[in-house]
Structures are given as C-alpha cells and as structure tokens.
Design a protein around this ligand. Structure first.
Ligand code: 5AD
Ligand code: SF4
Length: 440
C-alpha cells in the first residue's frame, strides 16, 4: 500500500508515440487518484499494460505477457489491459485471461476514474470499449517521462480507411482538440520549463479545430512557435493527402517549427497505393515531396513502407525501391505486411509468401542503408544546433537531436550539457547518426 492508501501501479507500454503519451496521461490520472508508481510488477497492486495491435507480432506479445501475469490475481493484484489490443479483442480477453479485471480502449480513457473505482471495489470484469465517441482524453495532470521533449496530442483517432490498418477500429473516428486548450497546455509546458514540443496525431495535419476560431493546422503551428520559451515545435504523423503548401509556408516563416516531415508513403507503386486505398498516386506523392524540397531550409523527410501487401508483384516492389532512390529519405521505417482483424486487406487474394516478404524487406533495408550513409557523409563539416537530451557512458560525451531530428553525438569539455541547445560541427557518422564536435 502506498502512503496515500490507494495502492501502487506498474504501467508498461508498447506501440507508437500516441500510446506512450496516452500512458503518460493515464499515469497522471493514477497519481492524482493517490496511487504511487513503481518500477516492477512485483511491487504493484495494480498492473496495467498499454497495448499495440498494429502488426500481429505486437498483438501476440500481449498474450505472452498476460501469461506471465497468470496467478498474480490470487496474490490480490489487479490486472488491466489498455490500448489497441484491449479495444480490438474486447471482452474476449476475459475468457482468454480470466485474471484480467479491466479492459479499456483509448477512446474510453476519459472514463478511467469511474472504471478504476469499480476495479478497486472488487468488480471482476470492468470494460471501457465504446468507440463512437466525439470526446478527446483531457487530463489535468500528465506525468511526462521525457524531460526534454513534451508530447502533446492535438488529434485523436483516424478517419482514413487504409485497407491494411487497424487504427480506425482501435482508436475510433478522428477528433481534434480545441486550439485554445492545446495552446493553454503548451503555455503550461513552457512554464514547467519545456522548450520542445511534439504535436501528435495519427494524421496530425488533418487537424480541424472544433472551436469557433477554426484554426488551420499551419496556424496552430505558428501560434505554438510564438509561445514564449518554446524553441522547437515538431509534429507527427503527416498524411500526404492533407499536406498542404501553407504548412511549408509556416515552416519557412518561423524556424521554431522544425525542419522535419514524417510522410508515410507505404508503397511506390500507384497500383498498390490504390489497393491500399491511400488516396494518392506515386506522382501525387512526389509532388508533395517536391513541395517540401522547395522549403527555405533543407528539410529532413522520413517515411513508413509496407512490403508484401496482397498482390504486390516484383515490378510493384521495384517501384518502391526506385522511390527510395528518387526521394533519398533521411529515414525509413519498413514493415512486412501483416493481416489485421476487420481490415479489408485481411480478406484480399494473392497473399505474398513470408519468405518473399522477408526477402523484399531485407533488400529494401539494404538499399536504404546505402542511401542514408551517403547522405550522412555529405553532411560532414556542417553545423547543427543540438538539443542535448542524453549523456553517453564515455567521459565528456553527449547526444541529442537536431531540429531535423537527426541524432548527433558530441564531445565537449563542458561539465553539464543536458537540456541545453549547443552548436555541433559534424566530424563523422555511423549508419544512423552523426558524430559532432561542440562548437564553442
Ligand atoms: N502491416 C504492416 N505494417 C502496417 N502498418 C500499419 N498497418 C500495418 C499492417 N497491417 C505500418 C504502416 C504505418 C506504420 C505505423 O505501421 O507503415 O504507417
Ligand atoms: Fe499500435 Fe496503431 Fe494503436 Fe499506436 S495506434 S498503439 S501504432 S495500433
């Protein structure tokens, strides 16, 4: 039992940044309720597990972890499942793992206080599974884990209908937060000492202000950049369809808005993009890339790619590889297609054999590695501003991120650089990061 008597909680999180940030809000809510956070399930009276179901492997992990928790119920511990797997599997969780007493999807987190009250009162099968909400998850207190970069959700859910994706089912329809509330939260963050913020959303640039102010996404970025104390404003993930010129104009107008765009393409073949229902062709996507390349500052572009979507031919795959050659991305997150429940693609014909998917993934990653090394080498001698967010084990060695989100490690004779913004000259690189020297 904690000092305040509610108990102790252990919260483990898998999945995307949205999930990480949801967990920060859940933790804030539990702390406000009088719980104390602990580092291991052993010490906890309440074990919460925030789950991801984007690919099958992630979802399987949940059930193996739940298996480890079997038997803990008889020790008096309560176990709850949150997030995307909770939403997807719903009450079935109780039959597969009867030791679980709470199942709650992200669209129901607003109800967590009342759901927790039921769990505390000893109810065995408590659920929060409504998905047709128009509400967002607002909390008074968020327990932020990253002291240097504050995550801030501006839009929840997703209204796109990509044929492979489970998110519209697990996170519900798109809901944007009131711009005034977002800016108010940002001012608070600045007062707490945060200098860098990252706006989050599954399709962050589809933001549609529900208030009378009707602020556009680009206007929100500009307003955020003007908040005193805020030195960097980032955003992720952007949907190509909604990536409009005014976003680039905002980035041009105010360098506080970071010069990095994460713009998932998924495939380089227009035929596959159609089958995926991505709502753009290869040529239309490349127009967006040209627009970003036309920005005043050199802007880093990263992407997500899926290989082995049903019906993907060798020729389609070659088009994805040629797209990587053409765009020269600064980073690519690539995945083998994984069929997900309820999605249109899960019943499509022409599934690609696993060995083919693995071969294509390896080829793609190899190609991207070569492209990245070339880009990183070309940066030698350039100077970047680094927001230092970590200390390496080596003496006098630090690392951090540039505005374009590159990881840069640097040597410095200064005693403590954590949290500072410093200039670093690039002296070399590893396959994924830059090595710099502190410029005094
Ligand atoms: N299989 C493989 N990858 C997927 N993604 C989303 N759904 C699937 C799926 N069913 C990838 C996409 C997305 C990223 C977050 O995960 O590339 O952009
Ligand atoms: Fe995983 Fe998507 Fe849910 Fe994030 S929103 S946790 S990526 S399934």
């Amino acid at each position: 039992m904690s000092a305040s008597g509610r108990g102790t909680f252990f919260l483990e999180t898998f999945g995307c940044q949205m999930n990480e940030h949801d967990s920060e809000k859940v933790a804030g809510l539990l702390l406000a309720r009088g719980y104390e956070q602990v580092e291991t399930p052993d010490e906890a009276s309440l074990i919460l597990y925030n789950t991801c179901s984007i690919r099958e492997k992630a979802a399987q992990k949940v059930f193996s972890r739940l298996g480890e928790y079997r038997g803990l119920k008889s020790d008096g511990k309560k176990i709850g499942l949150l997030g995307c797997v909770a939403q997807q599997e719903g009450e079935d969780i109780f039959s597969r793992a009867p030791w679980v007493s709470l199942v709650c999807g992200s669209a129901s987190y607003r109800k967590l206080p009342e759901l927790l009250a039921k769990v505390e009162a000893g109810e065995q099968r408590v659920t929060g599974l409504d998905n047709d909400t128009d509400e967002t998850f607002e909390t008074e207190i968020t327990r932020r884990d990253n002291p240097w970069r504050a995550y801030l959700t501006i839009i929840e859910g997703c209204d796109k209908a990509c044929a492979y994706c489970v998110v519209p089912f697990t996170r519900g329809p798109e809901r944007s937060r009131d711009s005034a509330r977002i800016l108010q939260e940002l001012k608070q963050l600045a007062d707490f000492g945060y200098t860098e913020v990252q706006f989050l959303g599954q399709t962050v640039n589809s933001y549609a202000d529900p208030s009378a102010r009707k602020m556009r996404f680009s206007e929100l970025l500009m307003e955020a950049a003007r908040v005193p104390g805020i030195r960097r404003v980032r955003f992720t993930t952007s949907h190509p369809r909604d990536f409009t010129p005014d976003i680039i104009e905002a980035m041009n107008a105010d360098p506080v808005i970071c010069n990095h765009v994460h713009l998932p393409v998924q495939s380089g073949s227009t035929r596959v993009l159609r089958a995926m229902q991505r709502t753009y062709s290869r040529a239309e996507y490349l127009e967006k890339i040209a627009m970003i390349r036309g920005a005043k500052r050199r802007t880093a572009i990263t992407t997500d790619v899926i290989v082995g979507f049903p019906g993907e031919t060798e020729a389609d795959f070659d088009e994805t590889v040629s797209l990587l050659d053409e765009v020269k991305y600064d980073g690519v997150f690539s995945f083998k297609y994984s069929p997900r429940p309820n999605t249109p693609a899960s019943s499509m014909a022409d599934a690609i054999p696993e060995e083919q998917k693995s071969r294509r993934l390896a080829l793609l990653q190899e190609r991207q590695r070569a492209i990245q090394v070339q880009t990183l080498r070309s940066l030698e001698g350039e100077i970047f501003e680094v927001h230092v967010d970590g200390k390496s084990k080596r003496e006098n060695s630090w690392y951090g991120h540039s505005s374009c989100n590159r990881v840069i490690s640097l040597n410095s004779s200064q005693p403590d650089l954590l949290g500072q913004y410093v200039q670093a000259r690039v002296a070399g690189c590893t396959p994924n990061s830059l090595l710099g020297e502190h410029v005094l």
